[in-house]
Design a protein around this ligand. Sequence first.
Ligand code: SAM
Length: 227
Amino acid sequence: KLSKRLATVAAFVPQDAVVADIGSDHAYLPCFLVNQGIVKKAVAGEVVKGPYESACHEVQREQLSEQITVRLANGLEAIQPEDGVTAVTIAGMGGPLIASILDHYPQGLEGVTRLILQPNIHAIAIREWAVAHDFMIVDEAIIKEDGKIYEILVLEKGKKPLSELELLLGEKLMAERNDVFVEKWTHEIAQWHTVLKNMEKAEQTPAIMNKKQELLTKIETVEGVLA
Ligand code: SAM
C-alpha cells in the first residue's frame, strides 16, 4: 500500500497525464499511478544506481515495463522530448534540492503543465522558485504521517506574486489553517524561541541584534497567523 504522503502526491496527478517521477527510488508512485488507471505512461528517473535498480526491479515485478520507462539520469534529464511528459512529480527531498533539480535542466519542463512537488523541508525554496520562474501554486496540502509533517505543492504556469508570509507558510495552507498546519508552525516557533535564547547569550554585536530583531518579527508574524 502506498504511503499517505505519496498517495497525496498521486491525488494531484491529472487523469491521463504522462508523468515523470524524478528521484523515483523504488518507483512506487509511477507503479501506483498506472495500476490505478490514472496514467497510461510514465518515466521514473533516478540518478543513483542502487535506487535505479530497485525502480527497475519494482517495474518488472509489477509487469509494467510497457508503461513505465526507468532511466538513470540526473534530474529532468530523464525526460526526453518524445516522451510527451505533461506532469512532473518530485517527492521526498528537501525544497532547495528540488528547486536545484528544476533549475538544472529547464528543457525538461517543455510541454509540462503541472508540477507536483513534495519537499520534506523548506517548502519556501519551492515557492520562491515558482515566483521567479512564472509558475504559480494552484494547490497545496499539508499532511502528517508517522509523526512527520509533509507539504505537497502543485504548480502550474502563471504569474502570481506572493508576500513573504505566503512564501513561508503557503497562501492556501495559511488560509485553511488546519490542525497539521498549526502543529507544524507551533513547533517551528518553539524552535525559533530556542534560537533567540541562544542569541541572547552571544555578544550583542549589531549583526546579532539585527538577526534577533528579524527573528522576533518572524515569530510575531507567524504567531499572528496562528492566533
Ligand atoms: N520519491 C521517492 C519518495 O518520495 O518516496 C524517493 C525519495 S528518496 C528519499 C530521494 C531519491 O531522490 C533518492 O533515491 C535519490 O537517489 C534521488 N535523487 C536525488 N537527487 C536526484 C537527482 N538530481 N536526480 C534524480 N534523482 C535524484
